[in-house]
Design a protein around this ligand. Structure first.
Ligand SMILES: Cc1cc2nc3c(=O)[nH]c(=O)nc-3n(C[C@H](O)[C@H](O)[C@H](O)COP(=O)(O)O)c2cc1C
Length: 466
């Protein structure tokens, strides 16, 4: 399968960029591989070895459709999508995600080459991986679901896990309780199913833009994605309701999320690193499938794989920065570590001017959304991307009785295993790990850049390369 000169807004365009500019970051697996566990364990083995290439499995179970995964696991490749250095990624994302650009609607799209309806619909023909031994079934993990708000008509797009239940039936969980959850709730309140399209195979900038959450209700996520591309996002009308979906996609599954129907969904190996038994237990029924003649299936490697978490880290860093910068221009940077599932903890770097600012920063960050439950604020001499440095600041600058505060009874994430099993509430925590202002504090030991350079040259002469 070749990707040269593909539409730059499509997944193929991204793969073309990777093969052309970063060939060492693309791995094609030509031998036959089983969809049962093998793609997922291969990605986890690569990660253990410190490698995060995009992986294209050309033969899964002998099926004619290839599988591409690990598309969003590599900071270098994501930064290249925005044309910036990896260290500038959160800031570039934060700025570009606010330049909403109206979309362009085009007359036709390559996913119209094959149209399947009625008995011809067979989702089991796709090479959908079974990722973990706890998973109840193979899961479509890279399905961007698009639907319109039944009240305002504004559409949204986002990933939602989809459990393969039959040829035209998928279980779906809307647990992140953002727009799709609310749109479905509004349709259901009128007794209506929610018309929806599942879009498979999109560019990582679409993945990134779909994870934004703090933006005005009249803005379309497709307009945010256009801002990330720096040009209007090209959409084409599909056949359900009047929904528009990305013209460059691989596969479009049209259908509806049923009102008032709940069926068992899960367990599924989630981003928390745990089997998730919690679900909103909704059901999607497929009415039509459209696809490119040579379509490939995109799958996100689940669990705590970088493919599942890295974009969440970057988008949360950007969203929290946006919220904090409004009131505290002295906030320097935000880190949402992978090890806290790209979700539950944020570390804020602050050039503190007055007492009380760390508490303000922590409260503002905690209230950006339900997933962020612990916020640690440190001075700007601490490297927030080095958790050893962060732990050192907590160990040496926190007086627990006055620097830690709790906010009990907050809405928490359904998938957070520590949230209340009945109502999913939890206690949020802010930690001020900054030095006190207005009085002397212990002096930090430092080794100057000059001393470090001299040490390196001594080591180099002694035959030790660092
Ligand atoms: C790979 C991946 C899978 C996801 N799966 C789900 C899911 O199954 N259910 C859910 O509610 N959110 C899921 N999310 C989070 C949503 O995609 C995210 O909260 C998005 O902003 C929701 O969009 P919405 O506002 O259109 O609902 C997932 C995110 C990623 C990156």
């Amino acid at each position: 399968m070749a990707f040269q000169n593909a539409d730059p807004q499509s997944l193929r365009g991204f793969l073309d960029m990777v093969e052309t500019r970063f060939p060492e970051e693309m791995l094609r697996v030509r031998q036959q591989v089983s969809s049962r566990f093998e793609p997922t364990s291969l990605i986890f083995e690569l990660e253990k070895a410190g490698r995060s290439p995009v992986v294209l499995f050309e033969d899964i179970d002998g099926k004619p459709i290839p599988l591409v995964t690990n598309v969003a696991a590599n900071r270098r490749l994501l930064a290249a999508c925005l044309d910036v250095d990896p260290s500038d990624l959160p800031m570039a994302f934060r700025e570009r995600a606010q330049r909403y650009l109206p979309c362009e609607t085009v007359a036709s799209a390559p996913w119209d080459e094959v149209v399947l309806e009625g008995d011809d619909i067979d989702l089991t023909a796709l090479p959908i991986p079974l990722q973990f031994s706890v998973d109840a079934a193979p899961y479509i993990t890279a399905g961007q679901i698009t639907a319109r708000d039944p009240e305002t008509g504004v559409d949204t797009t986002g990933f939602h896990r989809l459990m393969l239940k039959g040829k035209d039936r998928l279980g779906v969980s809307l647990h992140s309780r953002r727009r799709m959850y609310e749109f479905h709730r509004r349709a259901e309140a009128k007794g209506d199913n929610l018309p929806a399209a599942i879009v498979l195979g999109v560019h990582p900038l679409h993945y990134m833009g779909s994870m934004t959450y703090a933006y005005p209700p009249h803005v379309r996520k497709f307009e945010i994605i256009g801002g990330l591309f720096g040009e209007p996002y090209r959409l084409a009308r599909c056949g359900v309701a009047d929904l528009e979906v990305p013209a460059g996609a691989e596969i479009v599954i049209e259908g509806e999320i049923l009102a008032g129907v709940h069926e068992p969904e899960g367990p599924f190996g989630e981003f928390t690193g745990y089997a998730s038994y919690r679900s909103t237990q909704n059901v999607f029924v497929a009415k039509r499938v459209r696809m490119r003649r040579d379509a490939m299936l995109h799958s996100v490697t689940a669990g705590m794989a970088k493919d599942h978490i890295l974009i969440s880290c970057v988008t949360r860093e950007g969203e929290i920065l946006n919220a904090l910068k409004r009131n505290l221009p002295n906030v320097q940077a935000v880190h949402v570590p992978h090890s806290t599932c790209g979700a539950f903890m944020a570390v804020v770097s602050l050039k503190k001017i007055a007492d009380g600012e760390p508490q303000m920063a922590a409260m503002a960050a905690l209230s950006t959304e339900l997933y962020t439950k612990y916020v640690i604020v440190v001075d700007d001499d601490v490297d927030i991307f080095d958790m050893n440095d962060v732990f050192w600041a907590i160990a040496t600058r926190v007086r627990a009785e006055k620097d830690i505060f709790f906010v009990p009874g907050c809405k928490g994430a359904i998938l957070d295993p520590s949230s209340d099993p009945e109502n999913f509430t939890l206690t949020k925590m802010g930690v001020d790990a900054t030095r006190p202002t207005g009085r002397d504090f212990a002096e930090r030991l430092v080794i100057s850049d000059e001393q470090r350079a001299r040490a390196r040259s001594i080591l180099a002469e002694a035959g030790v390369a660092l």
